[in-house]
Design a protein around this ligand. Structure first.
Ligand code: MG
Length: 173
C-alpha cells in the first residue's frame, strides 16, 4: 500500500522542458504515445503562444511516430480547441486530472496500452499522480513560467514536499 502511494509521487522522468526530452531513448524503450499537459508545460498559463522550440519538438516527435494528445484541465474549451487546431493534435479540455476519465479517453483514442504512454506535465498532483495511477510512465517538467504566482509557488512547494516524502526530489534547473 505504502509502496503504491509513494510510486504515485515519483515521476519516471524529469526534464527542464519538453524540448530537452530524449525522444530516441523513449522510442527505444517502447513508448509510442504522449499525453501532454498544456498550461506551464507547452505554454505559459492561458497563453496561445507556443514557443518555436516546442513546436519543432512536437513536429519531430510526430515524425518519429509518437501519438501526441493534449489532456488539459484548462476550463476554456475554445482556448484548447485553438491550440489543438494550430498544433494539429487531438485535445481534451476540462479533463479533470488526476481523475482517470480524460486519460482513459486519450488512451482509447490513441489505441495504446498504458505502459506505452508517458504523461508529461508540470504538476505532481494532476499530471504525475493521475498518469502513475493508470500505470503510465510520467515526466515532470519545470513550469514554463519562470515567475509563478504566489499561490502557484505554494502549490509547487507542497508538491515538492510530497515528492520528498515519496523518496524523490524535484529537480532544479
Ligand atoms: Mg500544467
Amino acid at each position: 500500500m505504502i509502496r503504491r502511494l509513494t510510486g504515485l509521487v515519483r515521476p519516471t522522468f524529469q526534464y527542464r522542458a519538453v524540448e530537452d526530452i530524449n525522444l530516441q531513448g523513449w522510442w527505444e524503450a517502447g513508448i509510442r504515445g504522449m499525453i501532454l499537459d498544456v498550461d506551464d508545460t507547452l505554454t505559459t498559463h492561458n497563453s496561445a503562444i507556443v514557443a518555436p522550440a516546442v513546436q519543432a519538438w512536437l513536429r519531430q516527435a510526430r515524425e518519429m511516430g509518437f501519438h501526441c494528445y493534449i489532456v488539459s484541465n484548462n476550463r476554456s474549451p475554445e482556448h484548447i480547441a485553438g491550440l489543438s487546431d494550430r498544433l494539429e493534435l487531438q485535445a481534451l479540455a476540462k479533463a479533470g486530472k488526476p481523475f482517470p476519465t480524460g486519460f482513459l479517453k486519450a488512451l482509447q483514442d490513441m489505441a495504446l496500452n498504458s505502459d506505452q504512454v508517458v504523461v508529461i506535465g508540470d504538476r505532481l498532483l494532476t499530471d504525475i499522480v493521475g498518469g502513475s495511477y493508470l500505470g503510465m510512465h510520467t515526466c515532470l517538467v519545470a513550469p514554463v513560467t519562470t515567475r509563478p504566482s504566489a499561490p502557484k509557488r505554494v502549490l509547487y512547494r507542497f508538491e515538492g514536499l510530497l515528492m520528498r516524502a515519496g523518496g524523490a526530489r524535484r529537480k532544479r534547473y
